[in-house]
Structures are given as C-alpha cells and as structure tokens.
Design a protein around this ligand. Structure first.
Ligand code: SF4
Ligand code: SF4
Length: 80
C-alpha cells in the first residue's frame, strides 16, 4: 500500500503594492478594507493596505473583483 503525505488546502491573498500605490483615485480611500467582512486587510502606517490576516479569507473574491487596478490576487494553496 502506498502512503502519501497529507495535503493541506489553504489560501493566499496578495496585493501588488506597485499597482495599488500607483492608483491615484483609490488607494488613499482603502475601499477594499471596508469591503472585506473577514477583516483580512490592515492599514499599515502611512498609506499601505496589506493582507495581514490572509488565513481568515473565505475566498469570496469581492476584493479581487472590486479593485479598479486588479492589484489583489486571491488563490488556493496546496501544501504537502
Ligand atoms: S482597492 Fe486596490 S488600489 Fe484600492 S487600496 Fe485596495 S488594493 Fe489598493
Ligand atoms: S476574497 Fe473576500 S474574504 Fe478574502 S480578502 Fe477578499 S474580500 Fe476578504
């Protein structure tokens, strides 16, 4: 019998900081933070939004669809 390592399914939320900060009509309002009901995003000193609590993401993709510059990526991750 072949024994295989267990695989853990997780998720990952990333923000392309270059695209985000380049967006003059959005990033200062941080609208993606308000949209996320799971509290994934935090505002770091200055004007940066970061997905600090990525593990709380429920994969609704609202932030991804909302961001006007497509700076947010949400994806499944597999770890052996
Ligand atoms: S919606 Fe997009 S551009 Fe606006 S703060 Fe969020 S990641 Fe940055
Ligand atoms: S996909 Fe949904 S839950 Fe995940 S970070 Fe975006 S808005 Fe929040």
């Amino acid at each position: 019998m072949e024994i295989r390592p267990s695989i853990t399914v997780g998720n990952e939320v990333c923000i392309d900081q270059y695209l985000c900060h380049r967006s003059s009509h959005c990033h200062t309002k941080h609208q993606c933070m308000d949209l996320c009901l799971m509290g994934v995003f935090v505002l770091v000193k200055g004007d940066g939004v970061y997905p600090e609590r990525s593990q709380l993401c429920c994969m609704c993709f609202l932030c991804h669809e909302f961001c006007p510059v497509q700076a947010i990526t949400v994806r499944w991750t597999l770890r052996a």
